[in-house]
Design a protein around this ligand. Structure first.
Ligand code: TYD
Length: 226
């Protein structure tokens, strides 16, 4: 039926995972695969996506909020997220856009929840208030061994210093990985774990295939894609 199916409704897809998993590359690839087929594609990121949230991003990633502890940092990420949801995400979904977001609420669960610094119930309560009913339709968890991911992140940033979370040790990143995998286990309907250690093009194919599996194309569209 015209106006229905994968490419004609607002869809919210988030990309999660540890450092150096290749999220931004994969978002670019999915956006270009969908371009020309979707009504509109919005690529965005967290923390960030609005001028106010980008300011908070600079502040948090420079480590200036570190002394607040995980709860204070989680509050700041949530404040940035509320602005992002209100000004960018909800309006885009209402227009029928495909929203591809680099990190979202699962990053708060994993990063601020790592090391047992915060009560999981409190994080979930904060998430409920922040999201006010919004939920990603699909979440890709790009899974990679922390040693590999951190080496990639290090190679990418070159001589520049590590940011607030890249600077954490291997134990923290191993725990992050476990947290993301826990989320995928708890919400299998929404989450797809993708082995991100494979070559870029293979990972891209797996992501596109998961989208098409969740939202099969109407026959007419399928022909265009063939
Ligand atoms: P970014 O440069 O986007 O990292 P990456 O390339 O790994 O995605 O920086 C975002 C950092 O902020 C990243 O280390 C994860 C962290 N973060 C949190 O700790 N909590 C959050 O809620 C979000 C959205 C990000």
């Amino acid at each position: 039926m015209p106006g229905e199916g994968l490419l004609h409704n607002g869809r919210f897809i988030t990309f999660e995972g540890g450092e150096g998993a290749g999220k931004s590359t994969q978002i670019r690839r999915l956006a270009s695969a969908l371009r020309g087929h979707a009504r509109e594609i919005v690529v965005t990121r967290e923390p960030g996506g609005t001028p106010l949230a980008e300011k908070l991003r600079g502040f948090i990633l420079a480590g200036k909020a570190r002394d607040f502890g995980p709860f204070g940092e989680a509050l700041l990420f949530s404040a940035a997220r509320i602005d992002h949801i209100d000004r960018i995400i909800r309006p885009a979904l209402a227009r029928g856009a495909f929203v591809l977001c680099d990190r979202f609420a699962d990053s708060t669960r994993a990063y601020q929840g790592a090391r047992g610094g915060m009560d999981a119930g409190m994080l979930l309560a904060m998430e409920r208030v922040t999201l006010a009913g919004l939920r990603p339709d699909l979440t890709f968890i790009l899974d990679i061994a922390p040693e590999t991911g951190m080496a990639r992140a290090h190679a990418r940033r070159g001589a520049a210093g590590a940011d607030r979370f890249e600077a954490e040790g291997l134990a923290f990143h191993a725990e992050l990985r476990a947290k993301f995998l826990d989320i995928a286990r708890e919400e299998p309907e929404r989450c797809r774990v993708i082995d991100a250690s494979r070559p870029e093009a293979e990972v891209a194919r797996a992501i596109l295939a998961a989208c098409l599996e969740k939202w099969p194309l109407p026959e007419a569209e399928e022909k265009k894609w063939a």
